[in-house]
Each structure stands twice: as C-alpha cells, then as structure tokens.
Design a binder for this molecule. Structure first.
Ligand SMILES: C[S@@+](CC[C@H](N)C(=O)[O-])C[C@H]1O[C@@H](n2cnc3c(N)ncnc32)[C@H](O)[C@@H]1O
Length: 351
C-alpha cells in the first residue's frame, strides 16, 4: 500500500505535551485541564469523547485496533497509552494528517503503523498489512468521521469560511475534483438537492443557481454569493454559509458513500467480541450509522417479534446502547467541536 509512514522509536514523552511537530506544547501554550483530560489548545486536533472511547476498548480481547480515521493520532495515542501491549493500525486519506500522526505517534515505535487509504478501501488496506497484523485478529475499529480541527483551520485547504482560500475541500488534495470543480460540473437541480439534503431547504434552488453562475474560485467569493442570496432576516444561528460549506465538503469527499462502505468493511474486519465505534458530527450521518448498526444487529430480519425469527437472518452484532453517547457539558466547554458528536458502537457476535 502506498504511503506507509515508517515510525522510528524515540524516547517516550508525555502524550499531552507532544505536538504534531514533536515540540513540547507546554512551551508554546498553556495546558488546560478539563475533567480528566489534559488539553493543549494548539495540538493537531483535540480528540472528542476520548475517555469514552478508551473505556469502550478497554475490555476487548487481544488483537490489533484499526483507527480508520487517524487524523493527528489523538485517539490512537490515548488507546496506546491505555494498554501497553496494544498495537494500532492507523489509516487516513489526508497526507498531512498522516505526517502529523507519524510525528506524534513516533514514541510508540513498532506498536503503530500508519497507512494511506480511504474508508471505502478499508478492507483491502487492512488486509494489505498482514505483516503488521502478524496473525492477530482485529479487535476493534474506530471511525471518527468528518474533518479534523487542523484541516478546518488550515487556511490553504478551503474547508472554512473564516479564511479566504482556493475552494478546494479535498481531504486528500492529491486526487479527485475540488469543490470548485464540483460546482462547475454539477447540474443545477442536483446541486440544489445536495444543499437541501444538508439543511438549506428554503434557499437551495436560489443558492444552486447563484453559486453555479458565479463559479466562485475562493471561499471568500462563495461566502459573498451566499450572503447575497440569503436575506439577513432568514439566516440561521451561526454563519450563514455553514450549511453550504458542509454540503460541498460532504459531496467533494463522497462522505455518504465512504461511511457506508467503511462501516460495512469495519463490521466484516472485526473479530467476534471485538467492537466497531463510530463518532459522527451531523444528524444525517448519525441516522445512517444508527440504521446500519440496526440492520447488522437484526441481520435484515423483519419477522414479527411475537413469532420469533423464522427467516434465517444472521445477526452480526449487538448494538452497545440504543441511544448515542454524547459529550459531557465539561468536555463541550473545553472543546466546542464535541457539542455535535454522537458516538454509537456495536459488538460483533458469532454467526
Ligand atoms: C475527526 S478527524 C479524526 C481525529 C482523530 N480521531 C484524532 O484524535 O486526532 C477525521 C480524520 O479522518 C479522515 N477521514 C475522514 N473521512 C475519511 C475517509 N473516508 N477515509 C479516510 N480518512 C478519512 C480525515 O482526513 C481526518 O484526518
């Protein structure tokens, strides 16, 4: 698999003070303590629901964990710290994220391997790492969806309306069409549907027309079009362009298809008694995760409960909890990104 980052063992340092660049963050910024988490505001990405993730993976059988959305390696570091014998295979489609995680996870040496790949390719990517798996089963898969704070805050990537940048939005900037290409190529009706699916119901058609006409090349130009179309009196809370940016990002990175293929692959990969944990950040994504886990839990059975299952459906998992796990108010205070996080998980069962 292309893009394997080799990790050189280094002297172990405290996780909370190692930045993506390998520098001590305490020398750069104050470390804030919120509940049991130590958080440095300038680290690559502050992991969301970190304690909950660590607690969920704690009682699982031995085996390799797959962090399918490695980002800056925050969750991976916490998982490695919490079990000295544990090994993590980290996957991300973003070369910059893999490089940052490579720095951050270097102290863990051979316990970590970082590879390039998308969620849609997860099965093949993991199977391609058989030398790292070394015959051990996959004991768990973590999928922390969406973009990292670093991707969002990087003014050159075009994910955010807060900085003027080329309208790119690709998580992997080496491949595929950018947001601008998508705007130019998509037909107006499909674009309107895409905006509507992401919550811009009222102005979807007008926005689709105006954005296509303007063909903005930068985030600033896109914001200007949105501001022109949506009257101030009808704007939602937050920035007027939030939903338009989100809709474009979801489309550019094929996030709906990626989630569905990735979760299916994760359910296949994980060994019996292992778990699949998914953290999502918007309601459509959470609904999709809930539905897919429910389908895997029922095996597609629709027999009336009073009759019991007579259709021979094979249940693949038991869902961990009916409702999603949310961040505590304390975590949200220290990390606003945690506000929208919804964690769902399921345990694989023997067929
Ligand atoms: C929310 S961040 C993960 C942060 C990470 N858990 C941490 O603690 O640093 C999501 C990461 O997943 C990656 N990602 C999102 N969708 C992906 C996909 N379909 N395939 C591969 N990587 C993906 C993004 O590039 C980003 O680095």
């Amino acid at each position: 698999v292309k893009g394997v980052v080799s990790i050189r063992p280094r002297t172990m340092r405290s996780r909370s003070i190692v930045t993506a660049g390998g520098k001590s963050s305490s020398a750069l910024s104050p470390v804030v303590t919120v509940e049991r988490l130590q958080m440095a505001p300038d680290t690559y990405h502050q992991p969301v629901l970190e304690r909950e993730v660590v607690d969920l993976f704690a009682p699982r059988p031995a085996g390799v964990l797959v962090d399918a959305t490695l980002g800056g390696g925050g969750h991976a570091a916490a998982l490695l710290d919490s079990a000295p014998a544990r090994r993590v295979l980290g996957v991300d489609r973003d070369p910059a994220a893999r490089a940052a995680a490579g720095e951050r996870l270097a102290p863990y040496g051979k316990r970590v391997r970082i590879v390039a790949g998308t969620l849609a390719e997860l099965g093949a990517v993991v199977e391609g790492q058989s030398d790292f798996l070394a015959g051990e089963p996959v004991a768990g898969v973590l999928m922390d969806l969406g973009v990292s704070s670093r991707q969002l805050d990087d003014p050159t990537r075009g994910f955010s309306f807060r900085a003027d940048a080329p309208l790119d939005m690709r998580m992997d900037p080496t491949t595929g069409p950018s947001a601008r290409d998508l705007i130019v190529d998509i037909d107006e009706a499909t674009f309107a549907r895409l905006l509507r699916d992401n919550g811009e119901a009222r102005y979807a058609r007008a926005l689709a027309r105006a954005v296509k006409e303007a063909a903005p090349a930068t985030t600033g130009e896109l914001v200007a079009v949105v501001e022109r179309v949506v009257p101030p009196a009808h704007r939602r809370r937050g920035h007027v362009a939030t939903r338009v940016f989100q809709a474009l990002r979801v489309a550019v990175n094929a996030e709906v298809e990626q989630l569905s293929l990735g979760l299916e692959a994760a359910l296949d990969l994980v060994d019996v008694e292992g778990i699949v944990v998914v953290i999502s950040y918007h309601s459509g994504e959470d609904r999709a995760v809930k539905a897919m886990l429910a389908e895997a839990a029922s095996g597609g059975c629709t027999c009336p409960p009073e009759l019991g299952c007579v259709c021979g459906a094979i249940k693949r998992v038991v869902v961990g909890r009916a409702s999603a796990i949310l961040a505590t108010p304390g975590e949200v205070m220290g990390n606003p990104r945690a506000r929208s996080a919804r964690l769902r998980w399921a345990r694989k069962v023997a067929p």
